[in-house]
Write a protein that binds this ligand. Structure first.
Ligand code: ADP
Ligand code: MG
Length: 494
């Protein structure tokens, strides 16, 4: 840990000079003292960039810490978050011989029994590296192998981070708002999850099923024979990595189709399926003419529940149609906004976010920024948003950046339109509403049935209002009636 503190001091990222005005006198003195030890790097870049640089050298847990901190633009400000999110996770590779040994141990079979060729590393990060290989049946594949001994390293880092969090919590009361101990646990857990490549393989497989159905993006097939806790084998992605300058100058490339596909793939995953690739930067995307996109690297998968999907779709729909009153009413009807607030005032706040979007060319207004503004409003109206929506917003920011680099004046709103329209037509049609009501009624009925099967004990009943007995039966009858009617209606229209 002393090494970590030293790295922060060298880059003036421990008590950065930019925050000097906020320090109490004693801390300011300490900061000035520590700055005597700062290296040349301390003078280069903004605080977020300097912190990123310090963390890059500290190993996988520190890198994950930086990645998670970069999602908290709400706390540290957007510039800091943006600078931190450029943190690089690249290290020198370990030898191919060691990788082969890891593969043989993990799969418990000789390497030649599965691979005809096993090549040099093509990319190396803090947790794993990827190799190019060929299967015996001739298919070209990518093989991802965990770094030897990485678990030990992570256990050590996790211990240091836990200790640091407890110290911060104990000695720096203002930092408690960030819940350092809970945050450290989140960081450690997120790192641990990436240590089992079987999970990553399953994530890839799930997204491949989804993208096959949607058609906006492809995901290479997993070779399950070549999957273990420490090894992942998947078919080679078609095309060029988008991070490669040659990717966009391929003959026959349709930039408009490619950028549209990217936006639609992401939105369809999130809205239609509630699961999305949450690491869609250029290094993880392959482009093939005319408009085919292939995604790799499934270490981070985002998931959002039905309520959030509905919230998102309705909000986007309202914005595409400038129907602020409609969006506001849905929020109140669904109980997202507590009833004591004013619908009209909420609609006004939505208009404040939405109108500037339509005053300017849509290509100049990032959807991710609109989402951030919406989150700010929803906080004012006591709507609690789940952290998954924050991950979604951050991924949307990445995706928009990539789309804009594929096609500089790409209109993300126009690209999103068909996916949002389709969702609304399907989910908010009268038939869908009835179906949903029927499902809710069925759940209520199941709960009631459970109550009847396992009646509360005498002691439990004792403390309840006596009159509840009679009304429960009435509710049961009404519920049954409503559910029956809904089923008939759903069957008839659906
Ligand atoms: N299926 C694949 N086909 C071709 N190249 C791949 C494939 N999977 C990974 N790679 C290459 O290896 C690199 C590292 O793999 P990735 O899964 O992104 O690991 P990391 O989590 O370290 O970023 C990718 O950026 C890509 O260039
Ligand atoms: Mg990657």
């Amino acid at each position: 840990m002393s090494g970590a503190v030293w790295a922060l001091i060298r880059n003036d990222a421990f008590l950065p000079r930019e925050l000097e005005a906020l320090y109490p006198p004693s801390v300011a003195t300490l900061a000035r003292l520590l700055r005597l030890f700062a290296g040349r790097g301390a003078r280069v870049g903004r605080p977020g960039e300097r912190l990123a640089r310090s963390l890059e050298g500290m190993g996988p847990v520190a890198i994950k810490l930086g990645q998670l901190l970069s999602t908290r633009g709400d706390v540290f400000g957007p510039q800091f978050a943006e600078d931190l999110s450029r943190l690089k996770d690249r290290l020198p590779p370990f030898p191919t011989a060691a990788a082969r040994a890891e593969v043989e141990r993990a799969l418990a079979r000789p390497i030649e029994s599965l691979y005809a060729e096993f090549g040099e590393p093509i990319a190396a990060a803090s947790l794993a590296q990827a190799h190019e290989a060929k299967l015996r049946d001739g298919r070209k594949v990518a093989v991802k192998v965990l770094r030897p001994g990485i678990e030990r390293r992570i256990a050590d880092d996790a211990e240091s981070l836990g200790l640091a969090a407890r110290l911060i919590d104990r000695w720096i009361p203002p930092a408690r708002r960030l819940e350092p101990i809970g945050f450290a646990q989140t960081v450690i857990r997120a790192t641990m999850l990436e240590l089992d490549l079987r999970l990553e393989a399953a994530g890839a497989d799930e997204l491949r099923e989804i993208t096959d159905r949607d058609g906006y993006m492809t995901v290479p097939r997993i070779v399950w024979e070549g999957v273990g806790k420490r090894v992942l084998t998947m078919e080679w992605a078609r095309g060029w990595p988008l991070s490669d300058p040659g990717a966009l100058t391929q003959p026959g490339l349709d930039r408009q189709a490619m950028a549209d596909n990217l936006i639609r793939a992401f939105l369809a995953q999130a809205l239609d399926h509630g699961v999305f690739h949450a690491d869609l930067h250029e290094g993880n995307l392959f482009a093939a003419a005319p408009g085919q996109l292939t995604a790799v690297d499934f270490g981070i998968i985002g998931r959002i529940g039905p309520a959030e999907r509905r919230y998102l779709a309705e909000i986007l729909w309202g914005f595409l149609n400038k129907d602020y009153e409609g969006v506001a009413r849905t929020h109140f009807d669904a109980g997202y906004v507590p009833a004591h607030h004013s619908v009209a005032a909420f609609a006004q706040a939505l208009r404040a976010v939405g109108e500037p979007v339509f005053g300017r060319p849509a290509s100049e207004v990032p959807m991710s920024r609109v989402l951030v503004q919406l989150f700010e409003i929803t906080a004012l109206y006591e709507m609690r948003l789940r952290p998954e929506l924050v991950l979604l917003q951050k991924t949307m920011m990445t995706v928009e950046g990539v789309a804009r680099r594929i096609l500089p004046d790409h209109d993300i709103w126009a690209a999103a339109d068909p996916v949002v329209r389709r969702w609304i037509a399907r989910e908010l049609s009268p038939a869908a509403r009835i179906k949903r009501f029927a499902e809710e009624a069925a759940t209520a009925l199941r709960n009631l049935a459970r109550l009847v099967e396992h009646p509360p004990t005498a002691a439990q009943v004792e403390v309840r209002d006596r009159s509840a007995e009679g009304s429960r039966l009435t509710w049961f009858a009404l519920g049954a009636l409503a559910a029956g009617a809904a089923f008939v209606a759903a069957w008839y229209w659906g």
